[in-house]
Structures are given as C-alpha cells and as structure tokens.
Design a protein. Structure first.
Length: 82
C-alpha cells in the first residue's frame, strides 16, 4: 500500500515537472502582454492629449478665419460705398 502511494506521488511529481516549463512560458507571455498593454495605454493617452491640442488649434484657427472674413467683408462694403 505504501509503495502504491509512493508511485502515485512520483507520477504526480513527474507530471508537475512536465507542466512547470509551460507555466513559466505562460508567465513570461503574460508579463510581455502586460508590458504591451501598458505601452498601448501610454500611447493612447498621448494620442488623446495630442488630439485635444489639435482640436483647440482648429477652434482657434476657425475663429481667426471667421474674423478675417468679417474684416474682408467690411472692407469690401467700405470700398463699395466710397
């Protein structure tokens, strides 16, 4: 009976020895995926900040264009009345 128990333990240990490299490889893959995810999140944050900056710039340029158009229209009106 004790020999059967030892045999079962040896079989389990052998099974664990076979799965240990797979577990280590899985852990490495998991770490790499976490690093890639963190990098992607950083890039997303940077892209969002850049997008916000570009939106503000577009708003500013649109405002300036509108003012220039108003000035142009006023100058054309003045020329027409002179």
């Amino acid at each position: 009976m004790e020999a059967g128990y030892l045999l079962t333990l040896v079989e389990r240990m052998e099974g664990l020895d076979k799965t240990a490299p797979k577990a280590k490889e899985g852990a490495k893959d998991n770490d790499e995926l976490k690093r890639n995810l963190d990098q992607a999140r950083k890039e997303l944050d940077e892209a969002r900040k850049e997008s916000e900056g570009l939106k503000k710039e577009v708003e500013d340029l649109s405002f300036k264009l509108k003012k220039l158009e108003e000035i142009h229209i006023e100058s054309v009106k003045r020329r027409g009345t002179q």
